[in-house]
Design a binder for this molecule. Structure first.
Ligand SMILES: [Zn+2]
Length: 230
């Protein structure tokens, strides 16, 4: 069997989607590219998340040829592959119709930065790409045309595409966009939230991506920046 550990990782990644309430029924899919071979392991089409096993994950090459698998790959495979071909830095793609983020997508609305969590994780507005039809590469093209430096993009009338250098980062982006969209929705229900100014967004993002988290010299850094949140 090709890439057994990658298959296991793809099962885990796909099953994290219902666990985090990002998908229903068989909608949504996750894939990971093996950095060495360039092959992509992806969810089979129309299979329920709880029925996924390493054996029924489909392995394809970047041209979409099925290398191993008894089932058809996800109907979004061409779009995942389009993203992998055009973004060598991306090794995982996740697609969901998670409710709150997709509500913004339904309106074709990007999500401005109202929350420090979004400054930290995303570093700017969550963009919304154009409407594209399912089946070919068009969705992947629309996603990349709009995504810029963001790890996640909404697609008009459709849903969410999250990307990352590995499965965990793509999953984080898919979870964070839903959490942010939910909070923004709640805020808009009780008033008009205020955007964080762009220079402050840049400052917060830099701090989060360069200083936040545990590092070998954590105690030294902490001593120098006593007000840092944990
Ligand atoms: Zn979809």
């Amino acid at each position: 069997m090709l890439l057994p550990s990658l298959r296991e990782e793809v099962v885990y990644l796909n099953q994290e989607l219902p666990r985090n309430h990002l998908v229903t029924w068989t909608n949504g899919n996750a894939s990971i590219r093996d950095p060495e071979t360039g092959y992509v392991a992806i969810k089979p089409s129309g299979v329920k998340f709880e029925d996924l096993t390493p054996e029924n994950i489909v392995v394809v090459d970047l041209d979409g040829n099925v290398l191993e698998g008894t089932k058809k790959p996800s109907s979004d495979t061409a779009s995942h592959l389009y993203i992998f071909k055009h973004r060598p830095d991306v090794n995982s793609v996740i697609h969901t119709h998670s409710n709150y983020a997709t509500a913004f997508a339904a309106l074709g609305q990007p999500i401005p930065v109202y929350l420090t969590a979004q400054s930290d994780e995303i570093g700017g507005a969550i963009p919304c790409g154009r409407f594209a039809t399912v089946g070919g590469e068009e969705i992947g093209q629309a996603a990349l045309d709009a995504i810029g430096d963001s790890p996640v993009v909404l697609l008009k009338n459709h849903g969410v595409f999250a990307i990352g250098p590995n499965g965990e980062e793509a999953l984080k982006a898919a979870i964070m966009v839903e959490d942010i969209a939910r909070t923004v929705w709640l805020a808009k229900a009780i008033g008009e939230p205020q955007e964080i100014p762009a220079d402050m967004v840049a400052q917060l993002h830099h701090r989060y991506t360069h200083e936040y988290g545990q590092e070998p010299d954590y105690r030294v850094q902490q001593a120098q920046t006593p007000n840092k949140e944990s």
